[in-house]
Design a protein around this ligand. Structure first.
Ligand SMILES: Cc1cc2nc3c(=O)[nH]c(=O)nc-3n(C[C@H](O)[C@H](O)[C@H](O)COP(=O)(O)OP(=O)(O)OC[C@H]3O[C@@H](n4cnc5c(N)ncnc54)[C@H](O)[C@@H]3O)c2cc1C
Length: 446
């Protein structure tokens, strides 16, 4: 197959492609406030926690560095995926089958939780419950894909294998040869979802302070969160800053911030859409070591993400474009969708996920009094899980230990210090890219 590379990577959007800075930006924290719980970070995790706590009668303050949805929650691909999306190879041996199946159960429950919350909170976010296909682009990917699917099914994540004829009967674009189809979940517009959570939180009486970066967290029975112009104090703090938590001095040796990038095309014409088929618009991911994700949006654009990840020395999270990643995604666009030759990339953006060495959630308590709860390490699968974790953390703060939270507790392996970490990540990412390129070369040679 001949590659036609789209020349322009599109216009870079520093806040992602799905949302705008809110017109009704909430005031920044000035002076001192007290609450039952202070939540740091207003993404899916922070806002869900705040809403669940309010529903239980707690007085909640949320401190957000920029605005709700500024982090990964406003920049992701919008796949609401269950347990088949997990990196089972990373942790099965480590935690054993019994715990692994409870973790898979948590991911599956995350899908149902978000679906329920969209209804309960009246959030319209273009949700398409299409299911998700992990689709091979070369026959060499089939064996491992079947094995991974089977393992996921055994651990409790439903899926069925789609043979090439079934893929064609579904109208999935022909570059995707066969696939493992997870019927649960689908795709949504994450900007609308996180904005809906923000709106619901404000309506419920959550006190949200935007433009309020926490600079330091104290310790003790009452925890002080210091911002540039104020203090928020509470007997419990929930740290929901995800990939940014290490910059606050938390989870430094547990989670790696990884940059994930996205491109979005201009809207497809009716003829271009017809050339694709794809009537159910299932979210597609590929089984490359670093996956590609391909989806249509309700605004008839195509969004591609991932394919290339980046780690910045010291776990920094600069809000900058990643031209190399956009160029690679443009190649994937041209190669997987040859009927769209000439379709322009309209926008591109990047964001940060947090990755633990075992690819599992990092959830627990810290601080001298054990009253700083944290959640991170969602490893690029946080639309469902980082939403559901809000309910579990709220229940925990209210005195219960939900079984699902218990299932997530485990010893996260420690990461090596810099500069070893940077060197190791550079090597691992280069190796994954080289192996994925090997597959892509075979596809081109067909
Ligand atoms: C390009 C991309 C594609 C992805 N695709 C998918 C997908 O399709 N499906 C899926 O399930 N997951 C996907 N993910 C991952 C998913 O977006 C995340 O797992 C999820 O959004 C994490 O939510 P969160 O609330 O934990 O963190 P975030 O959304 O990152 O929220 C953290 C918040 O904390 C704030 N903050 C940081 N530091 C401070 C501070 N000092 N003081 C106050 N506030 C602070 C940040 O501004 C941010 O708003 C993707 C991620 C990216 C980047």
């Amino acid at each position: 197959m001949k590659t036609s590379v789209v020349a322009s990577p599109g216009v870079y959007r520093s806040i992602g492609g799905w949302l705008e800075r809110p017109r009704s930006l909430q005031p920044s924290l000035q002076g001192r406030v007290n609450a039952d719980v202070v939540v740091v970070g207003a993404g899916f995790a922070g806002l869900s926690t705040a809403l669940e706590l309010r529903a239980r009668g707690a007085d909640v303050v949320v401190l957000e560095r920029e605005f709700a949805g500024f982090g990964a929650s406003g920049r992701n691909a919008g796949y609401l995926a269950g347990g088949q999306g997990l990196e089972l190879d990373f942790f099965l041996k480590r935690v054993g089958r019994e715990k692994a199946s409870r973790i898979v159960g948590f991911d599956e429950a995350g899908v149902a939780y978000v679906e329920q919350r969209l209804t309960e909170l009246g959030i319209a976010c273009d949700y398409n419950p299409s299911g998700i296909i992990n689709a091979g682009v070369h026959p060499s990917q089939e064996k491992a894909l079947r094995a991974k699917m089977q393992l996921g099914v055994e651990l409790g994540a439903p899926a069925q294998f789609l043979e090439p004829a079934e893929m064609r009967a579904r109208g999935v674009p022909p570059a995707f040869l066969f696939g493992s189809y997870s019927p649960g979940g689908g795709t949504l517009q994450p900007g609308k979802y996180v904005t809906g959570l923000r709106r619901a939180a404000l309506a419920a009486g959550v006190r949200l302070f935007e433009g309020s970066a926490v600079e330091a967290l104290g310790e003790g029975a009452i925890i002080e969160c210091r911002t540039a112009h104020g203090h928020a104090a509470a007997p419990h703090v929930v740290l929901a800053a995800n990939a940014y938590a290490p910059q606050l001095g938390w989870l430094k040796d547990k989670v790696l911030p990884l940059r994930v990038s996205a491109i979005e095309t201009e809207p497809l014409s009716a003829a271009q859409l017809a050339s694709l088929g794809w009537p159910r618009r299932e979210g597609i991911v590929t089984p490359h070591l670093t996956m590609e994700s391909h989806r249509l949006t309700a605004r008839d654009t195509l969004i591609l993400t991932t394919k290339r990840l980046a780690y910045v020395y010291g776990g920094q999270t600069p809000n900058v474009p990643d031209e190399a990643a956009y160029a690679q995604l443009a190649i994937a666009l041209a190669e997987r969708f040859p009927t769209l030759r000439g379709l322009a990339v309209q926008t591109c953006w990047s964001g940060y996920i947090s990755f633990a060495a075992d690819a599992l959630p990092v959830v627990g308590e810290g601080g001298a009094n054990g009253n700083i709860l944290y959640t991170a390490g969602c490893s690029g699968h946080g639309v469902g899980t980082q939403s559901l974790i809000g309910r579990l953390l709220a229940e925990r703060i209210c005195g219960d230990e939900p079984a699902m939270l218990q299932a997530l507790r485990h010893e996260t392996p420690s990461l090596p210090p810099e500069p070893l970490r940077w060197a190791a990540m550079r090597g691992l990412l280069a190796m994954a890219n080289a192996m994925d390129e090997g597959v892509n070369r075979k596809v081109r040679a067909q």
